[in-house]
Design a binder for this molecule. Structure first.
Ligand code: BV8
Length: 241
């Protein structure tokens, strides 16, 4: 663990953290771009995580999310999630946690005020604007569930490709990136925007950017330091100070 990165964290008044699917990998959650296992291997996540994909194949997409929800029910936060939650407990006003993940593991580790840029896989919402007959707790069970009065479909409460990010989360994440002294970019390929753009925003505003990733990522060149390794190993070292 380079001492410079530890020193930057120790001396930082404000730290912004951007996490991606890689921080949940050690919990046993397949990352977004890992080849989907089994039946799902034949489909591209980028095609399924879209409104068009859901409208074209509602059962396939719904079952993919149900499969991921079921998998998440059996996993726990790992040392990387716990190190971030522990740091926030010790330094409550020094860290802002921004995540692309929809798995809720940061919250289960004890992190609070998590800015969820891509929604929450455990939330349901209506596909079409709900009418006064559409009540989620009255939706008829199905793949997907639906309103038996107007046929509206239930969809997962995540942000699909081509959909805008939740304004409140994004409008909190951008100033956090601009005002931080250090940005930690953890476990993300850096391929999805506007989330990945937060790293450049931080760098342009003068922050030290530190990437933690087991493999090269599109944000390595935005970083002042790249720590090659697993989040579950490196974060406890980086944040223990
Ligand atoms: C939007 C929810 C506009 C669903 C997801 C430029 C600007 C703006 C938009 C765009 C743009 N260019 C292109 C776009 C469009 C698009 C986009 O970015 N496309 C990409 C494919 C090019 N963006 C959008 O559509 C966004 N919306 O821009 O709207 C708009 C405005 C107004 C009105 C209408 C529209 C919405 C994007 C959100 C998509 N939803 N998730 C779901 O989960 O099913 S994105 C999905 O990808 C997940 O959230 C995931 O977190 C995210 C990013 O992936 P990563 O987290 O990086 O995961 P990945 O598997 O790729 O990588 C894992 C990394 O971890 C690897 O690097 C690996 O090495 C590393 N790793 C593995 N193990 C470990 C590890 N690291 C450390 N430790 C380990 N142990």
């Amino acid at each position: 663990m380079p001492h410079t990165a530890i020193a930057w964290v120790r001396n930082a008044r404000r730290i912004a953290v951007l996490t991606g699917a890689g921080i949940s990998a050690e919990s046993g959650v397949p990352t977004f771009r890992d080849a989907q296992t089994g039946y799902w291997a034949q489909f591209r996540p980028e095609d399924m995580a879209t409104e068009a994909g859901f409208r074209a194949h509602p059962q396939r997409v719904w079952d993919w999310y149900q499969h991921r929800r079921d998998l998440l029910a059996g996993v726990s936060p790992n040392a990387g999630h716990l190190a971030l939650a522990d740091f926030q407990r010790r330094h409550p006003d020094r860290i802002t946690l921004i995540t692309q993940n929809v798995d809720g593991l940061h919250q289960r580790a004890g992190s609070t005020g998590v800015l969820c840029l891509h929604g929450d896989i455990f939330q349901d919402r209506w596909l079409d604007t709900p009418r006064n007959c559409c009540f989620l707790d009255h939706a008829v069970a199905g793949h997907p569930p639906y309103c038996d009065r107007c046929g509206n479909l239930v969809r997962p409460g995540v942000v699909w490709f081509g959909e805008p990010l939740p304004l409140a989360a994004l409008e909190a994440a951008q100033p956090a990136a601009r005002q931080c002294d250090v940005m930690l970019v953890i476990g993300t390929a850096g391929a999805v925007y506007p989330a990945a753009g937060l790293a450049q925003l931080a760098r342009t505003a003068g922050a030290r950017v530190v990437v933690v990733n087991t493999a090269p990522s599109a944000l390595d060149e935005t970083a002042h330091a790249v720590l090659r390794g697993a989040a579950g190993t490196l974060l406890p070292q980086l944040l223990a100070a």
